[in-house]
Ligand binder design. Structure first.
Ligand SMILES: C[S@@+](CC[C@H](N)C(=O)[O-])C[C@H]1O[C@@H](n2cnc3c(N)ncnc32)[C@H](O)[C@@H]1O
Length: 270
């Protein structure tokens, strides 16, 4: 993992929230919110909450006396989430690294994390931390993206960018968000962290946008792929966003576009 892969800062939070969230995250956020709400927890911790798409879906489903702590490593992402959330006394906003949680042992009934685990350099440590802050019987629910070949816009953008730098292709998307999906090894890591029962389910959906420019901007400019492109020749970001738009248009059409996305959701019980 490159050190810039975790940096959702600068212009990324705004583009992420405006372009990428409606494209690929909202569907999975509804699913995640439903799963957590069914547990009817008294205290929930969300890690790697980003710009708050799960928080917006989950908060309305929780009981009036629920404690809901919303956390992320990057304050600009959390600021965006807080800004978009209606005032709600149940919510606490907290900067936190999911590998070193600033909470006492056994204080939450549920820990949820949408598409954040892949960003942890030490995933078993992140799992141990989720286990530590959960009460006996509490659940850790998180999802991960499947291999990039199952996620067509991400694959298309990666191929476009590789065409510009064939000797050293920008690899953020396959390396990090699409780099941790082997079900058996994830289950083994969760059991190694102390979880007793673990289940996994694959969820396939379609990402839809009003035109090919939307996925191109979303992936090139609203993710840390942007950091990788900006470190290259000047003008790379704009050039590659334009080329990605053309490639998506060629493969998916010039009007509204739609492409496969796929992830897996894990539920692990302490
Ligand atoms: C793909 S985004 C997912 C955000 C949000 N859950 C969503 O569904 O839109 C990944 C998030 O992980 C956060 N992140 C990266 N490293 C982290 C860490 N060590 N601890 C907590 N959050 C982290 C990033 O700041 C970013 O908000």
């Amino acid at each position: 993992m490159s050190s810039s892969d975790k940096n959702f800062t600068g212009s990324i939070p705004e583009v992420y929230d405006d372009f990428l969230v409606p494209l690929i995250f909202e569907t999975y956020a509804r699913d995640m919110a439903q799963r957590v709400a069914e547990i009817a927890p008294n205290a929930v911790l969300e890690t790697a909450a980003g710009s708050g798409v799960v928080t917006r879906a989950l908060a309305p489903l929780l009981a009036p006396d629920t404690r809901y702590v919303v956390s992320d490593l990057n304050p600009p992402m959390l600021a965006r989430a807080e800004q978009k959330q209606p005032p709600d006394p149940r919510l606490e906003w907290q900067q936190a690294d999911a590998m070193a949680l600033p909470f006492a042992d056994q204080v939450f009934d549920t820990v949820c994390c949408q598409f954040g685990v892949m960003f942890l350099p030490d995933k078993p440590q992140g799992f141990r931390e989720a286990w530590r802050v959960l009460r006996e019987g509490g659940q850790f629910i998180f999802n991960v993206w499947d291999h990039i070949s199952e996620n067509e816009f991400a694959q298309s953008v990666t191929e476009t960018a590789a065409g510009f730098f064939p000797d050293d292709p920008p690899q953020f998307l396959p390396r990090t968000p699409h780099g941790y999906h082997d079900t058996q090894s994830i289950v083994a890591a969760l059991k190694g962290a102390g979880f007793t029962t673990v289940s996994a389910q694959t969820i396939t959906s379609q990402s839809q946008a009003e035109g090919p420019h939307v996925p191109a901007i979303a992936y090139c400019q609203g993710t840390p792929l942007r950091n990788e492109l900006e470190q290259r020749q000047s003008g790379s970001l704009e050039k590659i966003t334009k080329a990605a738009t053309s490639d998506i248009e060629r493969r998916f059409g010039s009007g509204p576009v739609s492409a496969k996305i796929q992830g897996q959701v894990f539920s692990a019980t302490r």
